[in-house]
Design a protein around this ligand. Sequence first.
Ligand code: SF4
Length: 375
Amino acid sequence: MAVPVSQMWTVSSYVLRQKLAGRKQYPLVLMLEPLFRCNLACAGCGKIQYPAHILKKNLSPEECFRAVDECGAPMVSIPGGEPLMHPQIAEIVEGLVARKKYIYLCTNALLLKEKLDQFQPSKYLTFSVHLDGNREEHDLAVCREGGYDIAVDAIKEALHRGFRVTTNTTLFDGADPKSVRQFFDEMMELGLEGMMLSPGYSYDKAPDQKHFLGRARTRRMFRAILSNRNRNWRFNLSPLFLEFLMGRRTFPCTPWGMPTYNIFGWQKPCYLLQDGYAETFAELMGTTAWQNYGTESGNPACANCMVHSGYEASAVNATFSSLSGFLATVKATLSTRYEDPDALRLLDEPITPVNPLVQINSAADPSTKLQETQV
Ligand code: SF4
């Protein structure tokens, strides 16, 4: 099982309490960005292009704790920037563990091995190591030769010392589904708890604007990757979110499900967009024009978005919103194979260049369920 029972119980009981209280908008994971500095400069990153005086800033542990307490979400993801470059990251983690928050510390792992002594293994702490594919693909994605080997070495050491470790993988256009599947096999052989993945988002600040995925291409790629799964693959994600990526379900975005706090304050409306900031979590929830976001809103900034930070909370909410949602989650948890001969054929297709409108020729095979004519 990818997620420990105690974490599943904490999250399930939290969501049920929100439902019983009649709350429609509630946070599930706080995205806590304690700094934007990083020791990599990835082509698809929208966080490290700030001017130097911003990159120098850190959230203090007290600011982090105040945000966590205000928000009340049971899980805290710590992205960045590179959190291990924060001079007080161990103190921040210790304070969150004391609050019994399930923490995903997202790291490129370049500093992980040397910093491990600062942390204690805990069921509340997971190192979520950024790896965007096998050695060649990851080093290309992060623009750093040798990055993959350093990260894998650090993963092995962290596992050896008893830490919880997952990977987190962002897939961009041009990713080879066959190669991604081999990468999953390699990661599972390391003994990881599970894998997380998301399509990339087209940040307007990112240096590489060519390799982001439209919705149709996203569904097609994830259908090829996630159908006909190897039995030992474990994902640290809602199974319904994986079905969403494969094009088997649709969800509206729930940007309040993973609110973001960083050196500017509470970011409106989500981890990806910056339409202003609120000083408090209550102000964020009360003053954001949520109806202006999500694919259905017609907002062009949301048109192609299927990212984890917008839609995994939607998938978790769907699990607890109806008996059919709950049963679908149970089924997806127990039956993970997703046999799909058409998807097997997709694995043999050449990787095609970016095209804003993609249409699969379903007339050739009426059994196909894909309707990928829209982005
Ligand atoms: S669709 Fe994506 S970009 Fe738009 S609000 Fe949701 S998460 Fe943010």
